[in-house]
Design a protein around this ligand. Structure first.
Ligand SMILES: [Mn+2]
Length: 321
């Protein structure tokens, strides 16, 4: 599978690398690591994200190289989507381009509807950054200290700082190699986790006020409204990972964050700490994700959204017992 990526790259000269909008550390770290690696190989490269780089990730090497608007002069002969298996999730510009330039996917999630044998998708990898590292190693590319930092960041983010079950011996060996290659664990973790603007905590206070427990403490949820954002003078990205608070409560198996997108339009993020497959729940509402982290968007008022999700969670919890 890694030789497919090497082949795709070697037969192309002008590459566009993009990931999903509303990007996380794996999306941005992977875009930059791959893009910079390709530049090092002498390719013409454009790195794109429809939403740009969130404030929390701007410390990453080369972060200012990611553009929000495609350079019409590039005329790419290759389109690589990292950590993003649907062109429409990368924004309209990419979705439009993907119609004439079929994307090559580099990812660590198996996805329905994609011919995996034509792409580079390794479900054993903890992060897309790990897949990119293995592609680079398969072509004997030297890992620069900057690329090591970028890939290390993808691991920290996608393994929850080496806490989740995807923290395999291979991941820790890879992390050790990246530290040897120049990644500084504390420099990266402190930038990612101890560098928040105070408005994040003002927002957190209002969100925690909404905490509700149901199903005898097995389901916990919080709400984030547009008014809360405005009152705290916060940006949507200041609420990153808020769904992890209800999940951290003892006894909780499923956690939800109901987030107002616009009037009567709610984004629901679900997290599972136990055996409940939350992707099966969001699939009922046309959403996506995986077993432990999934999301969907529902158009209705908040009580209705809560009732629908609550009912689906109740059924899932019931099926388990
Ligand atoms: Mn990922």
């Amino acid at each position: 599978m890694y030789d497919r990526a090497a082949k795709y790259i070697s037969s192309r000269q002008r590459l566009l690398v993009a990931s999903h909008a509303n990007p996380d550390g794996d999306a941005i770290g992977s875009t930059l690591a791959l893009g910079m690696g390709l530049l090092g190989l002498g390719k013409q490269v454009q790195m794109f994200n429809a939403d740009g780089v969130p404030r929390t990730l701007r410390f990453l090497p080369y972060a200012d190289r990611i553009v929000k608007h495609l350079d019409p002069g590039l005329a790419p002969d290759g389109l690589i989507l990292v950590d993003c298996a649907q062109p429409r999730r990368a924004g309209e510009q990419i979705a439009e381009l993907a119609k004439r330039l079929p994307p090559f996917f580099i990812d660590h999630h198996l996805l329905p509807g994609i011919r995996h044998e034509e792409h580079c998708i390794d479900p054993r990898a903890a992060a897309t950054g790990e897949v990119i590292y293995r592609i680079f190693r398969s072509i004997d590319m030297w890992i620069t200290p900057e690329i090591a930092k970028l890939i290390y960041c993808t691991l920290v983010v996608d393994t929850g700082s080496f806490r989740y079950s995807n923290t395999t011996p291979d991941v820790l060996r890879l992390a050790a190699d990246l530290i040897s290659a120049g990644a500084d664990p504390w420099a990266i973790s402190s930038q990612l986790q101890e560098n928040h603007p105070v408005v994040r905590f003002v927002l957190m206070r209002s969100v925690l006020e909404t905490l509700e427990l149901a199903e005898r403490g097995r389901f916990a949820s919080v709400v984030l409204t547009g008014d809360m954002l405005r009152e705290a003078r916060a940006r949507p990205e200041d609420a990153e990972e808020f769904v992890n608070f209800p999940r951290a409560i003892s006894g909780v198996e499923v956690a939800a964050l109901f987030r107002e997108q616009e009037r009567r339009r709610w984004k629901v993020s679900l997290r599972s700490k136990g055996e409940i497959d939350v992707a099966a729940i969001t699939a009922l509402f046309d959403g996506g994700g995986h077993e432990h982290a999934a999301g969907c968007t529902i158009e209705a008022d908040l009580p209705t959204v809560k009732a629908r999700i609550g009912e689906a969670v109740r059924k899932a919890l019931h099926r388990k017992r």
